[in-house]
Write a protein that binds this ligand. Structure first.
Ligand code: FEO
Ligand code: CA
Ligand code: CA
Length: 698
């Protein structure tokens, strides 16, 4: 076997973010953090700155302990006083009272939940969506088999209950990427490299799974052969729409029309639209393609080197050096809209929302009825965007509403400071008491016309990063989820981290990104002018600057005492409960503050504004994704992505969620090793809000 004849099983040592698993860096992002900064533009923004100067089953002997009492290893010996002090249910309201758990050491291979809560898997990688597939057997995988099953590394998640008695619905989830090192028997992989690559392609994408429960408030279970069940993968046909559809920039040998694409790639976060479709972002798509060395490819991080998964060895479209495929990568990096209620519908790539490393999109309706989508480009020094539809939302007219993201105006965010002279990268709060300022949505495309000098409409939408550079957008610390709080209309943007801030000639700290070498990230709060999502100006402030306040003096929690919060790092996905508390899932927390990735609740109003309370921790190696807070039904759902990602087929480092002790003792449909899964966390004790103690049945 030569290295180019098989998938690279072992990620490259040293390519890590903090102490984050090398495997995660390699397979998830293509080692993006180890590579050069993509945004080398000297845009006007840069000059402005210069001017301004339960464990449930407790695997492997760890188990069965109530979470609040879980204390494992050295880390917690020095755990912050916050851990002891973060008890109490808080005043944030919501229907899920809990006592914050102590942070959990990253090597604990268990889901840790608060006292009085329990968890169960809803669906796992390999679970069948169709009865033709039968029980999962990881030793007998194939691409055709994987297309019948829940895919790998679930990220964006939602549970959409049908109208009526609340006992049926659909679960929707992205499958961002694959961990070949733990998914495949290396002997099989070596003997079948093409089938292994095709199986990995089939494990990417999206799942729609019908779910059922006995009655509202109880546990959801997947329905095999549900009428809406669907797997979307790298060979599903997508339509391209919007102003760049049919552009020469999108044409290939396989699609001379520039309007049909096969597959979507590396879909990370997403949102559910007010009209009930799902929008999902193609994120680190660059890592799957071999480029020709153009400046546009470089701006998107597309390398001329062989790709890590070697898909170009199986399908020539993944190598732009193959004649006729020069533009294949231009067909990825979009917001995709999927109708989960129509399994025959063609998913759509919306060029009107631009092309970049889309974390996801969240859609709201503006005061005048236009649809507004907020979007982050998850790369160091890249931008936050907003799309405003041309046409207006019509209540109940689903077919019309499904066209809203096809045409509209595209903007990119510029953040102005109030205390620029005081920002020195230390993270010190300015003398006016806040990191804050005004902001502008800079136009890229308005009423069908490019507002970017020297760029056509098609170029703005296909090379959107370059358009942002030209108009002077603010370089941000890796924008992840950007979402609207339905209770207040305020917009929350998670900036996950950026250790290059203020280093090596890169952009210096500014008031919206106030720390040099920002390892732990921060969260911005935006207030659109007049509360109108379609406004062209906004106010902003930093809600929190993340970290472990017991050892890091640069943290900030909107004035809430730092010794009374849970440590938090690398905010990624955001969600809201029924009364507007913010919930934040983290990705990469182990790399910086040393604890397992987590889900936190953050109170936004009242005298507890800024209070961070940890709700759960995920198993060894995993990140927390796609939180769904159904507090009225005593439930929280999360995707648990890449558990045990640094292990191997023969030597797993996580056994979540099956926790079988050997391959020989695995039961039917079980797996010896980790399985990315969606779990439901539910209350088992206490008051459900109706004065009766009950929780969903397992
Ligand atoms: Fe896939 Fe930006 O996280
Ligand atoms: Ca200020
Ligand atoms: Ca993410």
């Amino acid at each position: 076997m030569t290295p180019r004849n098989m998938l690279q099983l072992l990620p490259m040592a040293g390519h890590t973010r903090g102490n984050r698993s090398a495997a995660t860096c390699h397979f998830k992002c293509g080692d993006a953090c180890a590579k050069d900064v993509c945004n080398t533009s000297d845009n006007s923004y840069f000059r402005d700155i210069a001017d301004q100067a339960l464990s449930r089953r407790a695997a492997l002997g760890l188990g069965g302990v109530a979470a609040a009492a879980v204390v494992v290893g050295q880390q917690l010996a020095s755990a912050p006083s916050a851990a002891a002090d973060n008890g109490g249910f808080g005043k944030g309201g919501g229907k899920l009272p809990f006592q914050a758990i102590a942070p959990v050491e990253r090597t604990v291979d268990a889901v840790t939940v608060p006292e009085g809560y329990d968890w169960a898997p809803v669906i796992r990688w390999g679970d069948p969506l169709f009865s033709s597939a039968g029980d999962f057997d990881a030793s007998n995988q194939s691409a055709e088999d994987q297309k019948q099953r829940f895919g790998y590394n679930c990220d964006y998640l939602n549970i959409l209950a049908d109208r009526g008695n609340g006992t049926t619905g659909v679960l929707v989830a992205n499958h961002e990427y694959t961990n070949e090192n733990v998914m495949f028997d290396p002997a099989w992989l070596e003997a079948n490299p093409d089938e292994a690559r095709l199986t990995a392609m089939a494990a990417h994408g999206f799942s729609v799974v019908e779910v059922r429960r006995d009655k509202a408030g109880q546990a959801w279970k997947p329905v095999v052969d549900g009428k809406r069940n669907r797997r979307i993968h790298m060979h599903t046909e997508f339509a391209v729409d919007g102003p760049a559809a049919g552009s020469d920039l999108l044409k290939t040998k396989d699609d001379p029309t520039g309007t049909v694409v096969w597959g979507m790639n590396n879909n990370c976060a997403g949102g559910t639209t007010p009209w009930g479709t799902v929008v999902t972002g193609e994120e680190n798509f660059n890592q799957y393609y071999v480029g020709r060395g153009t400046p546009e490819e470089a701006r998107y991080g597309i390398s001329t080197e062989p790709s890590s998964r070697g898909w170009e060895l199986t399908e020539e479209r993944f190598d732009a050096k193959n004649a006729g495929y020069e533009n294949e990568a231009n067909r990825f990096g979009y917001i995709v809209e999927i109708d989960p209620h129509d399994p025959e519908s063609t998913p759509v790539k919306h060029t009107a929302l631009g092309r970049f490393k889309h974390e996801g999109a969240n859609v709201t309706i503006a005061a005048d009825g236009r649809a507004v989508a907020y979007m982050g480009d998850d790369e160091r020094f890249d931008y936050i965007y907003k799309f405003v539809s041309r046409n207006k939302y019509r209540e109940g007219d689903r077919e019309h509403n499904k066209t809203l993201l096809s045409e509209g105006d595209l903007y990119v965010a510029k953040f102005n400071a109030t205390s620029a002279a005081e920002i020195d990268g230390s993270g010190k709060v300015p003398s006016d008491g806040a990191f804050d300022g005004s902001g502008e949505w800079l136009p890229l495309l308005v009423r069908g016309t490019s507002r970017v000098p020297g760029m056509s409409v098609e170029e703005v939408l296909v090379y959107t990063r370059l358009a942002g550079d030209k108009v002077g957008a603010t370089k941000m610390d890796r924008p992840e989820d950007v979402d609207v709080n339905p209770a207040t209309g305020k917009v929350y943007a998670a900036l996950t981290n950026n250790t290059r801030r203020g280093t090596d000639g890169n952009a210096l700290a500014d008031e919206a990104n106030p720390r040099s070498r920002n390892r732990d990230g921060h969260v911005l709060e935006l207030t659109e002018r007049n509360g109108d999502a379609a406004s062209l100006t906004f106010g902003w402030n930093i809600l929190l600057v993340a970290g472990d306040p017991s050892v890091d003096t640069t943290t900030y929690f909107s004035g809430y005492p730092a010794d009374k919060v849970s440590p938090i790092s690398c905010p990624d996905n955001v969600a809201f409960d029924s009364v507007g508390n913010l919930w934040i899932s983290t990705d990469g927390q182990p790399g910086t503050i040393g604890y397992a990735d987590a889900l936190h609740k953050v109170t936004l109003t009242g005298d507890e504004r800024g209070r961070v309370q940890q709700f759960l921790a995920v198993p060894n190696g995993a990140e927390t994704c796609g939180p769904v807070i159904h507090d009225r039904e005593n439930s929280v759902f999360v995707s648990i992505q890449h558990p045990g990602d640094d292990g191997t087929w023969d030597e797993p480092t996580s056994f979540f969620p099956d926790y079988v002790e050997s391959r020989a003792t695995a039961g039917r449909g079980e797996f010896f090793g980790p399985r990315p899964s969606v779990i439901q966390v539910f209350r088992t004790t206490g008051n459900n809000g109706n004065g009766k103690g009950r929780g969903p049945k397992k």
